[in-house]
Write a protein that binds this ligand. Structure first.
Ligand SMILES: *[C@@H]1O[C@H](CO)[C@@H](O)[C@H](O)[C@H]1NC(C)=O
Ligand SMILES: *[C@@H]1O[C@H](CO)[C@@H](O)[C@H](O)[C@H]1NC(C)=O
Ligand SMILES: *[C@@H]1O[C@H](CO)[C@@H](O)[C@H](O)[C@H]1NC(C)=O
Length: 201
């Protein structure tokens, strides 16, 4: 049986329409005004330092622009210098694939003004240079607007988070111990096998 080409084309198009390209970052308007407490270049210790974020609707946009805004998610995002040579932090225009902003600070129902949130920087945040971005979502959980504490080129108001080094140091020591142990164990095993072979002869 021959399948008409027209049918194939239509099904393909339908596939693209349903599963295809999602929301892109470049399609979003910067409708939120976002500030973060760290001074430009400030170094904050993960697990200890606090960060305060505020966000609000930028009222120079026509009222009603935010009519379908339902929730806001505020996130820590990697500055370009901390993305270099790290594909797992890459910026991708399609929001679902974007890896720029991996660490959620808070999610809240949308309110046009008076939003402020303070929290300690979580202990599992890796060292790096960061900025803060907030995304507004509609009822379908699609990004519909954003704001950030830095300029469009991600150059200003960046801050540095220093991870807890103690944990990493002890992990390193543990892994060195384990590999030393396995070398010794392996050598011992070979020795035993060899002497077993000899005694059998
Ligand atoms: C962060 O906030 C907590 C709770 O309010 C406080 O105990 C802590 O001292 C603050 N840390 C710094 C570095 O200010
Ligand atoms: C609000 O939006 C306008 C238009 O995009 C922009 O020029 C202005 O800088 C924004 N205000 C703030 C406080 O970011
Ligand atoms: C925001 O806070 C200001 C000052 O506290 C208050 O006058 C205003 O009504 C608040 N706005 C909203 C939308 O709650």
């Amino acid at each position: 049986m021959e399948v008409p080409t027209g049918f194939l084309v239509v099904s393909l198009l339908l596939c693209f329409a349903t599963t295809g390209y999602g929301v892109t970052f470049t399609s979003l308007q910067r409708t939120l005004v976002v500030t973060a407490s760290p001074a430009e270049g400030q170094v904050l210790k993960a697990g200890d330092a606090n960060i305060t974020v505020t966000w609000a609707f930028n009222r120079t946009f026509p009222s009603g622009t935010d009519a379908d805004y339902r929730t806001v998610k505020v996130k820590l995002c990697y500055a370009p210098i901390s993305q270099k040579d790290r594909s797992w932090r890459k910026t991708v225009d399609e929001m679902k694939k974007d890896k720029t902003c991996q660490h959620k600070i808070v999610a809240r129902p949308y309110s046009a003004s008076n939003n402020t949130f303070t929290s300690t920087i979580l202990r599992d945040i890796p060292s790096g240079t960061y900025f803060v971005r907030a995304y507004a979502f509609n009822g379908n959980d699609e990004e519909v607007g954003f704001g950030q504490n830095t300029n469009g080129k991600l150059e200003t108001n960046l801050f540095v988070i220093q991870a807890i080094t103690g944990r990493h140091a002890s992990l390193d020591i543990a892994s060195i111990c384990f590999s030393a142990f396995s070398v010794v164990a392996l050598a011992g095993f070979f020795y035993m096998e060899k002497s077993k072979g000899k005694s059998q002869k």
